[in-house]
Ligand binder design. Structure first.
Ligand SMILES: [Fe+2]
Length: 197
């Protein structure tokens, strides 16, 4: 299984780095996917009951649709990701499970529920947390530089709120990333009233 996942990982990296029509082509592997993977694997060390292979597969699958077909990113994961997994030789039941887990993750509804599988909670939380690491939001501003400054501030805060409230559902992640989250909000216009005691 690890060999198959490695093959799929390599394929996603190559696609993301070479698909020039993908808006995030230049930076997505280094400054998003690899960071999601790092955070997710660390979380697997905390949540030892999680299926590590499945988590790794979810990491490399969760943005597959976005890389292949940005406009139809949510449907493209099933339409093109599923046949790709089968083509690589993943068992059909695992391919179906991974695709349905990504659909739950994309839905961003009620992920904190006890009923949500831990692998989805890990992948979703790692994805949201990765947006708080490195230059992620600078790229958002760069790629949307046609918007006004105020629009960038407002849309950035909305995007960030969705990550914080809906995607990051594990308490360890909220705790570890809270300072980053608050700093990001400051960068998006929440200027503190006081800087000294
Ligand atoms: Fe992502």
């Amino acid at each position: 299984m690890q060999e198959l996942i490695e093959k799929f990982r390599t394929n996603v990296i190559e696609l993301s780095n070479t698909n020039k029509s993908f808006i995030h082509c230049e930076w997505f592997v280094k400054y998003h996917l690899e960071i999601v993977e790092k955070i997710a694997l660390e979380l697997c060390d905390i949540y030892t009951s999680a299926d590590r292979d499945l988590v790794k597969l979810l990491v490399w699958l969760h943005d597959y649709g976005k890389i292949i077909d940005f406009t139809n990113q949510y449907t493209a994961t099933r339409a093109m990701g599923r046949p790709k997994l089968l083509e690589f030789g993943f068992p059909q039941d695992l391919a179906e499970k991974a695709i349905s887990y990504i659909e739950t993750l994309d839905n961003k509804e009620g992920l904190a529920s006890d009923a949500t599988p831990i692998e989805i909670k890990i992948a979703s939380s790692a994805d949201g947390a990765a947006h708080l690491v490195g230059p992620f939001f600078y790229f958002y501003w760069y790629e949307n530089s046609n918007k006004s400054i105020e629009d960038l501030m407002v849309s950035g805060r909305e995007k960030s709120a969705k990550d914080w409230e809906n995607k990051i559902v594990l308490p360890e992640v909220k705790k570890a990333f809270e300072t980053r989250h608050n700093f990001l909000l400051e960068q998006m216009g929440n200027i503190p009233g006081k800087f000294f005691m």
